[in-house]
Ligand binder design. Structure first.
Ligand code: NAP
Length: 276
């Protein structure tokens, strides 16, 4: 019986016109920390859509987590890449190039960091070194990774790059503070990179996701109030699901969004349109 159900499930999946929309596409996903990570939601959907997925992680401790999460996938490349280190970025992309025969179709940048003391109280207290670190990891890393991905995407005849952002880049969200400034920089970077990469048929877009309970989100002071507020105020009266963020990522990564670049797509149950 269970076998029959599994067969039916496969049948439904493969009979959807978009079920293999990423077939043969080579993808690099950064930012999987655990099963709640937005990057993991995206990785699972892209894999189901036929993509060959590689993962980059920060710090040795995450290697086992990703190896464990991906045990049912087809022996993916799992490579270390602390984005504050140019040497890590170079060696990670060399490994990706080797695994994918010099080509890359899609890159998902799904990482950010700001020191805990910058995510509570007033933004005005932010210290110089904390500001620099948050900008480096959360915004500059997209530029550095896009530059490293460019020759592989040129070899593939084009590509799609995605990053994750939040409304705190556009409006003031209490406690989001330093991360809001870093996300504003990330979003401006997406537009400038779109101009640089467009002639090579490489698109780059951002998803502005509503709040999702993840490890990084837990670092924001009073995150639960943020979740509750979004659910109360948003037109859809709920929070967004990781699967919905992943679905929009699939759209932006696939040819369905062929003419879209430099865009920030809000996937937040409509919260961003509300004034009251
Ligand atoms: P997450 O699971 O904690 O993922 C954040 C990732 O960033 C982790 O894998 C973390 O690795 C990685 N990272 C931090 N510093 C790094 C570095 N120096 N080099 C490489 N990787 C580094 O949280 P998430 O919520 O899914 O975050 C993914 C993205 O979505 C972030 O850009 C976040 O701002 C964005 N976003 C999140 C929400 C939300 O509500 N959760 C909403 C909108 C946008 P370590 O664990 O080793 O530090």
């Amino acid at each position: 019986m269970l076998e029959l159900l599994a067969m039916l499930e496969t049948e439904v999946k493969t009979s959807s016109p978009y079920s293999q929309i990423l077939a043969g596409k080579k993808v690099l996903i950064s930012g999987v920390a655990n099963k709640r990570s937005i990057a993991w939601g995206i990785a699972q959907l892209f894999y189901e859509a036929g993509a060959e997925v590689a993962f980059s992680y920060q710090g040795e401790r995450l290697k086992d987590t990703i190896t464990d999460l991906t045990k049912d996938m087809n022996d993916p490349l799992i490579v270390e890449c602390d984005v504050t280190k140019d040497a890590d970025i170079n060696s990670a992309f060399a490994a990706v190039s080797e695994r994918f025969d010099g080509k890359l179709d899609i890159m998902v940048h799904c990482l950010a960091f700001a020191p805990k003391e910058t995510l509570e109280g007033g933004y005005i207290s932010t210290q110089r070194e904390h500001f620099a670190l948050a900008q480096d990891i959360s915004a500059y890393s997209l530029t550095a990774m896009a530059r490293a991905a460019k020759p592989l995407m040129q070899a593939a005849g084009g590509g799609s790059i995605l990053s994750l952002t939040y409304l705190g880049a556009e409006r003031v969200v209490p406690n989001y503070n330093m991360m809001g400034i870093a996300k504003a920089s990330l979003e401006a970077g997406i537009k400038y990179l779109a101009q640089d990469l467009g002639p090579d048929n490489i698109r780059i877009n951002g998803i502005s996701a509503g709040p999702v309970k993840t490890l990084a989100a837990r670092g924001i002071s009073d995150f639960t109030s943020m979740l509750n507020h979004h659910a109360e105020v948003s037109p859809m009266k709920r929070n967004v699901a990781v699967e919905e963020v992943a679905g929009s990522a699939l759209f932006l990564a696939s040819p369905l969004s062929g003419g879209v670049t430099g865009e920030i797509l809000h996937v937040d149950c409509g919260y961003n349109i509300m004034a009251m």
